[in-house]
Write a protein that binds this ligand. Structure first.
Ligand code: SF4
Ligand code: SF4
Length: 218
């Protein structure tokens, strides 16, 4: 079944947008070069502007985007994992679930208290609607995160650019329990090269053309 956004516009509220997402334009060129897109698909794109996470886009309407035909390139290439159907068959549409699963993964750096060594753990990034801070307790999402745990991947919930928390499923915890680690200072997102390097080192392949966010590759 091909999924459609319908009347959902939650990503237009929850995700930040950067004014000069140079990586977006680099990715457009790379996709065209690879035969995965055409410049015609990006014709008439407005330039991006700065929008913080959690603030409705000024063009967001109840039924969709008021400037859909000339929305920015970063809006054109981004979609959430629910829409792309990435193991999300049992999840509700984002506006009903109150969270948006980003297509772009990230990683967190963990420190072993005994050895002092650091290691990188891949995370799925989930933008949580600040109006529904408990939405992360959705049993279907926990089941989804258990499946990610099988891949030794955790979750990073973001409420804003700086505020969020990590959730570690039992498979990546020493004691086999869920662990929530709060932070008021989620570090700035890593850049694309860092993410690719780290995920490759963890044995995960993430080289899709969907590797975009509204901020551009991070
Ligand atoms: S959150 Fe997903 S389903 Fe909702 S509008 Fe954005 S891309 Fe579409
Ligand atoms: S320009 Fe349109 S698609 Fe892009 S964030 Fe705003 S409402 Fe959403």
């Amino acid at each position: 079944v091909t999924r459609q956004c319908g009347s959902c516009t939650l990503c237009c509220k929850l995700l930040p947008m950067a004014k000069r997402p140079d990586d977006v334009y680099g990715a457009v060129h790379a996709m065209v070069d690879a035969g995965l897109a055409t410049y015609a698909e990006y014709a008439g794109s407005r330039a991006e502007w700065t929008k913080p996470a959690g603030a409705r886009c000024q063009h967001q309407r109840r039924t969709g985007c008021a400037i859909y035909g000339d929305r920015p390139a970063s809006c054109r290439m981004w979609s959430c994992r629910w829409l792309s159907g990435d193991d999300t068959a049992d999840l509700s549409r984002p506006d009903r679930a109150h969270y948006v699963i980003d297509v772009v993964p990230d990683y967190v750096v963990l420190r072993n208290n005994e050895t002092g060594k650091h290691h990188h753990l891949p995370v799925v990034v989930i933008w949580l609607d600040p109006d529904y801070p408990d939405a992360h307790r959705d049993p279907a999402l926990r089941a989804y995160l258990l499946r990610r745990g099988e891949e030794r991947t955790a979750a990073l919930f973001r409420l804003s650019e700086r505020k969020g928390f990590a959730l570690f499923p039992p498979q990546v915890s020493d004691d086999g329990q869920w662990h929530e680690v709060q932070s008021d200072a989620v570090t700035a997102q890593h850049d694309a090269a860092d993410i690719f390097r780290t995920l490759a080192a963890a044995g995960l392949d993430f080289l899709g053309t969907a590797a975009m966010s509204k901020e551009g590759l991070r």
